[in-house]
Design a protein around this ligand. Structure first.
Ligand code: KG4
Ligand code: ZN
Length: 351
């Protein structure tokens, strides 16, 4: 069975075809994965402009889906279902994908599957590596989320913790903006950090110990907080004696110091959770999982703790429809389809 996946939750219009392999250990095979990025459009404004994003999705969606079918050597006739991101995300952007998927499912007489965007990121790990040894602890770290999930059974997700304020990717984007490096900030800060001294400036690490009043069901001590970092970088910049612009060396040092603090907070909490819940594997997914230091530190820590670690390929780290298609197949197998009443949900919860 082949499924068409559609993803339009933020600023990439994506469509992909994924097929079941029949192999329980590596259940999904990617036939195509087309991503039309809107980065060039939003870079001009220093961040994603929701109104521009939804209009661009509308312009791109038909051609992106056509290309995904052609690349896969598929026609509408050989698809078994259509999966689409229902949320969370920008509501205008989500609505383009959801409306397209409903119309296509009705026209082609195919079942429709609604997918949670973060379930998609988690499934990118399985698409890339095959089924993870369970229970697994997975960190989903992107521009909108920094959340730890416990996966005890395939397709079940228990939220263990999340950020109290900014997401890690959002912190990258905000610090890059402060440093005048443009949007999106993650890839450029990552590149600059490689040439800097990661101990050059002292930035605070926030370790939360108390429960969150807004989420009493979570213990809270595995939560993240990144908003103080951005303020600390700003304070450092203002506190410089010199009245001149930052030199390239100073920017690299700030990038490296910032990256060290963010990555160690992510890795510490992830492995704390893995120990607490007796995880047999750990994974990191979402846009920030493309980060070079996070990838290297994850591998190194996993080897030291003798616990297998999993990452998506770089192409499957950032938003894409292949992960949505794979998560859609998992839901379809479990018997979950959506009706044509399906609506986008900007704040959809998982777990
Ligand atoms: O998952 P994603 O494509 O979209 C969301 O669902 O948010 O993640 C985008 C985020 C952005 O904040 C971007 O700056 C960050 O991922 N990102 C990175 C890197 N590549 C992308 N952050 C750090 N290092 C990177 N190499
Ligand atoms: Zn994402």
């Amino acid at each position: 069975m082949r499924i068409l996946g559609i993803e339009t939750s933020c600023d990439e219009t994506s469509a992909a075809v994924v097929e079941e392999t029949g192999n329980p250990a590596a259940p999904w095979a990617m036939r195509s994965n087309v991503v039309a990025s809107q980065v060039a459009i939003h870079a001009e404004w220093g961040g994603v402009v929701p109104e521009l994003a939804s209009r661009q999705h509308l312009r791109d969606i038909c051609a992106v889906v056509d290309r995904a079918l052609i690349d896969a050597g598929s026609t509408w006739g050989d698809l078994g279902a259509i999966a689409v991101t229902q949320g969370p995300g920008l509501v205008g952007s989500l609505l383009v994908g959801v409306s397209f998927a409903k119309a296509a499912a009705a026209a082609a007489n195919l079942p429709l599957v609604a997918v949670h965007h973060l379930a998609g990121h988690i499934e990118s790990l399985v698409l890339q590596n095959g089924e993870l040894p369970l229970p697994a602890v997975v960190l989903v770290v992107s521009g909108g989320h920094t959340s730890l999930y416990l996966v005890e059974h395939p397709g079940s997700y228990q939220l263990l913790s999340r950020t109290r304020d900014d997401a890690a990717g959002e912190a990258y984007d905000k610090v890059a903006k402060l440093l005048g490096l443009g949007y999106p900030g993650g890839p450029v800060l990552d590149r600059l950090a490689r040439t800097g001294n990661d101990r050059a400036i002292a930035l605070p690490t926030t370790r939360l110990t108390h429960a969150d009043r807004n989420a009493p069901e979570l213990k809270g001590d595995l939560d993240f907080s990144f908003s103080g970092l951005k303020t600390a970088v700003l304070r450092h910049m203002r506190g410089r004696a010199a009245d001149t612009a930052l030199t390239a060396g100073e920017i690299a040092d700030i990038a490296a110091s910032f990256q060290r603090v963010v990555v160690s907070a992510l890795i510490e909490r992830l492995f704390d959770a893995a120990r607490r819940y007796g995880a047999k594997s750990v994974g990191v997914a979402g846009g920030v999982s493309a980060n070079s230091r996070l990838r290297a530190d994850l591998k190194e820590r996993g080897e030291r703790r003798e616990i297998p670690t999993f990452l998506p390929s770089l192409a499957l780290s950032t938003d894409n429809a292949a992960m949505i298609a794979a998560a859609g197949l998992r839901k379809l197998r479990a018997g979950h389809t959506a009706s044509f009443e399906l609506n986008a949900d900007a704040a959809l919860a998982l777990g």
